[in-house]
Design a protein around this ligand. Structure first.
Ligand code: ADP
Length: 487
C-alpha cells in the first residue's frame, strides 16, 4: 500500500518535471505575464498617461506661442488654428491684464473666459509670477458640469516684470467610458489569447518532447538488451544529433557484444583443445606407452607442446588484459634500433637452419629510439612470427629499418598469401583470425591486438599494406632519439 503511494508520488513528480509539462507551464506563464502587462499598462495607467501627455502637450504649445509671439508672421489666425487643432482655449493678456488675443472654445464653461473669470485670472497671474519659472498649471473642476480642466499660465518676459501672460485651458476628457469599453474588449481579447496560447503551448510542448520521448523509449529497449534498436531523433537538429550518437553507440555496443561472445567461444575452444590433447596423451602413456621409452618420449613431447600452447594463450590473454585496462607500465629507455633488430634475429637461427626460412635484415644506419624495450621486442617478435606463420611456401621474410630525419620505421614483409581488403580493418581486433582455428598455424589470435595496444601506449604510428597472393608488410614508426652521451 505504502509502496504504491510512493510509486504514485514518484511518477507524479516525474510527469511534473517532464519536458512536455515544463514547456507547457513556461509557455503558459509567458502568455499570462504578457496579458498581465497589457492589462496593467492599458487599464491602470491609461488615466495617468493621458494626463501626463496632456500636460506635456500644453507646455509645448505655450512655449511655442512664447517663441513665435514676437514674430510678425505669427498672426491671430495662426493662434486660432493652434487653439482649434489642439482643442483648447487661448487667452493672451498684456502686463495690465488687458486681453490682446483670445480664442474661446468653451465660452461659459471655460475657466479663463467664463463670466466669473477675471478674479480667477488675477489669482493665476499672481501664482505664475510667484513660481520659480513663471509657469503655473493646475487641474481644476468646472463648477457647472463638474468636468476636469487643465489650466496653464505662463508669463511673457521676466516673471518679476512680465510684459504679458499666456493662458491656456483644455478639458480633461473623462476616460471612464473609454476604459470600460476597452476593459470589455480586452477581456474578450485576453480570453481568446489565453485559449489560443494554451492550445499552442500544448502543441508546442508535444512537438518538442515527442522526439525526446521517442529516443527515451528506444534507450529503454537498448538497456533491456535489444541491441538492434534504432534511434529516431527526427524533429530538430539537437535530437537528430543525439539519435545519431546513440545509434553509433548502440552499433559499438553490438560489436563489442559480438566480440565478447566470439572471444569467450574462441578462448574456451582454444583452451579445451590442448587440454583434451594433454589428457588423451597422458592417458595413453599411463595405459599403453608407459613402458615403451620411444613412444613415451614422443607422447610426452606432444604433452609439452600442448602445454606450451596453453601457456602462450594464457600469457597473451594476461598481457592484453593488462595493456587494455591501463595497468601496464611503460619503462622507456634509449636503444640502438639496428643492434636490437640484429639481436632479435639471432633467435631465428634455428628456424632458418631447420625449416629453411630466410630472413633478410636491412638496418645499416645506427639510429636511436626511445621506448619500452621489452614491449617493443614483443611487437617485433609478434610481427616476425606472423610473417613466418603466414609466409606459406615462400619462406622469405624481410626486416627493414627506414630512417627519416625525425622517425625510424620498421617494416616486416612476407611473400605469403596476403590479407583481403575486407579483412584488413579486422585483423587488429582482439581474437580475430582469418581462418578460424587452423591448428597447423601457431598463434593465439591475440598477437596483433597486443601489438596495437603497445604501439598505442607508446603513441607510435602503425599499419599494414597487403595484397592477396603477393604478401603483407606490417610497419610501425618510432620517434628518433639522440644517442646517449657515452656513445
Ligand atoms: P594469430 O595468432 O591468429 O596470428 P594475430 O592477432 O597475430 O593472431 O593475427 C590476426 C590475424 O591476422 C591472423 O589470424 C591472420 O589471419 C592475419 N595475419 C596476421 N599477420 C599476417 C600476415 N603476415 N600475413 C597474412 N595474414 C596475417
Amino acid at each position: 500500500m505504502q509502496e504504491s503511494s510512493k510509486h504514485r508520488r514518484i511518477s507524479l513528480k516525474r510527469s511534473l518535471q517532464s519536458v512536455r509539462f515544463t514547456v507547457w507551464i513556461y509557455f503558459a506563464i509567458f502568455i499570462s505575464s504578457i496579458l498581465l502587462l497589457i492589462w496593467i499598462s492599458f487599464i491602470a495607467s491609461l488615466e495617468a498617461t493621458y494626463r501626463t501627455r496632456k500636460t506635456s502637450n500644453i507646455t509645448t504649445i505655450a512655449n511655442y506661442i512664447l517663441t513665435e509671439w514676437a514674430d510678425e508672421a505669427f498672426t491671430a489666425t495662426s493662434l486660432d488654428k493652434l487653439a482649434h487643432d489642439n482643442d483648447m482655449c487661448i487667452l493672451i493678456q498684456d502686463k495690465y491684464g488687458v486681453p490682446v488675443y483670445s480664442y474661446d472654445l468653451m465660452s461659459k464653461n471655460c475657466l479663463i473666459h467664463g463670466t466669473l473669470s477675471s478674479r480667477r485670472l488675477a489669482e493665476y497671474r499672481a501664482l505664475a509670477c510667484e513660481s520659480s519659472n513663471g509657469i503655473y498649471y493646475a487641474e481644476a473642476k468646472n463648477s457647472r458640469f463638474g468636468t476636469d480642466m487643465l489650466i496653464f499660465v505662463m508669463t511673457i518676459g521676466s516673471k518679476d516684470d512680465p510684459s504679458g501672460y499666456i493662458f491656456l485651458n483644455t478639458s480633461l476628457e473623462p476616460l471612464d467610458s473609454t476604459v470600460s469599453i476597452l476593459r470589455v474588449q480586452m477581456l474578450q481579447v485576453s480570453l481568446a489569447m489565453l485559449i489560443l496560447g494554451f492550445g499552442i503551448s500544448i502543441f508546442l510542448s508535444r512537438l518538442i518532447s515527442t522526439p525526446i520521448i521517442r529516443i527515451t523509449r528506444s534507450a529503454e529497449k537498448l538497456a533491456q538488451g535489444d541491441y538492434n534498436v534504432k534511434f529516431n531523433g527526427r524533429g530538430y537538429t539537437e535530437t537528430e544529433q543525439l539519435a545519431e550518437t546513440l545509434n553509433y553507440a548502440s552499433n559499438e555496443i553490438t560489436k563489442i557484444d559480438t566480440m565478447r561472445r566470439d572471444l569467450m567461444a574462441n578462448i574456451s575452444h582454444d583452451l579445451r583443445t590442448p587440454l583434451t590433447m594433454v589428457k588423451a596423451y597422458a592417458e595413453m602413456i599411463r595405459d599403453l606407452s608407459g613402458d615403451d621409452p620411444e613412444k613415451r618420449a614422443e607422447h610426452l613431447g606432444i604433452i609439452i607442446e600442448e602445454s606450451d600452447r596453453l601457456a602462450a594463450l594464457v600469457n597473451d590473454i594476461m598481457d592484453l588484459t593488462k595493456l587494455e585496462n591501463g595497468s601496464a607500465e611503460i619503462n622507456k629507455v634509449k636503444f640502438c634500433v639496428g643492434s636490437r633488430l640484429r639481436d632479435i634475429m639471432t633467435r631465428y637461427t634455428l628456424l632458418s637452419e631447420r625449416d629453411g626460412y630466410k630472413f633478410y635484415l636491412s638496418a645499416e644506419e645506427e639510429v636511436w629510439a626511445e621506448a619500452d624495450l621489452i614491449k617493443i621486442d614483443q611487437v617485433i617478435y609478434n610481427l616476425i612470427n606472423n610473417a613466418v606463420n603466414y609466409s606459406g611456401e615462400n619462406k622469405e621474410i624481410y626486416i627493414m629499418q627506414l630512417v627519416s630525419p625525425k622517425t625510424v620505421r620498421i617494416e616486416i614483409t612476407d611473400r605469403g598469401a596476403g590479407i583481403s581488403e575486407e579483412l584488413m580493418p579486422l585483423i587488429f581486433d582482439r581474437y580475430y583470425r582469418a581462418e578460424k582455428h587452423k591448428r597447423e598455424v601457431i598463434g593465439t589470435g591475440l598477437g596483433l591486438s597486443i601489438v596495437k595496444q603497445i604501439l598505442i601506449l607508446h603513441g607510435f604510428e602503425f599499419g599494414v599494406k597487403s595484397e592477396e597472393g603477393i604478401g603483407s608488410t606490417f610497419w610501425f614508426e618510432m620517434k628518433r632519439a639522440e644517442p646517449p652521451a657515452d656513445e
